[in-house]
Design a protein around this ligand. Structure first.
Ligand code: 5GP
Ligand code: ZN
Length: 122
């Protein structure tokens, strides 16, 4: 079990804790990344803070360093997972927030999506 505050009913907290299996892409003290179970594209993984923050709507300046680290890590993981180099390649970062934003899992996550098109979505 992680020492970071978590929600015992949250599916992504359970993935972070290893209670639900996932295909891990990356892990450090603050960040966990794993393959999306229903990929839209050849590369599709999720990056989450280990801290249970429900969505971007709850983010404040106290989370700036954490989110900055996530964004700074994304390009490295994207290449590692098979996204082609910029500018011919690249990737898309998506952060669905709330009902109108199409968010289904209420633990802050960014989708990192890439690889040759066509994609199933997006
Ligand atoms: P949202 O719509 O909340 O932005 O996206 C949630 C994402 O989590 C979806 O793309 C969905 O496929 C993925 N997902 C939901 N449950 C699981 C799971 O148990 N394991 C993994 N690896 N991905 C999941
Ligand atoms: Zn959670």
């Amino acid at each position: 079990m992680t020492a970071v505050p978590h929600d015992p009913n949250c599916i992504f907290c359970k993935i972070i804790a290893g209670q639900i299996p996932s295909k891990k892409v990356y892990e450090d003290e603050e960040i966990f990344a794993f393959h999306d179970i229903h990929p839209w594209a050849p590369v599709h993984f999720l990056m989450v803070p280990k801290l249970h923050i429900p969505s971007m709507a709850q983010v404040g300046t106290e989370h700036a360093a954490l989110l900055g680290r996530m964004m700074a890590l994304a390009p490295k993981l994207a290449l590692q997972e098979g996204c082609r180099p910029y500018p011919e390649g690249g990737f898309r970062i998506v952060c669905n927030t709330g009902e109108d934003g199409g968010q289904e899992v209420h633990h802050l996550h960014v989708h990192v999506i890439g690889g040759p098109r066509p994609w199933l979505k997006g």
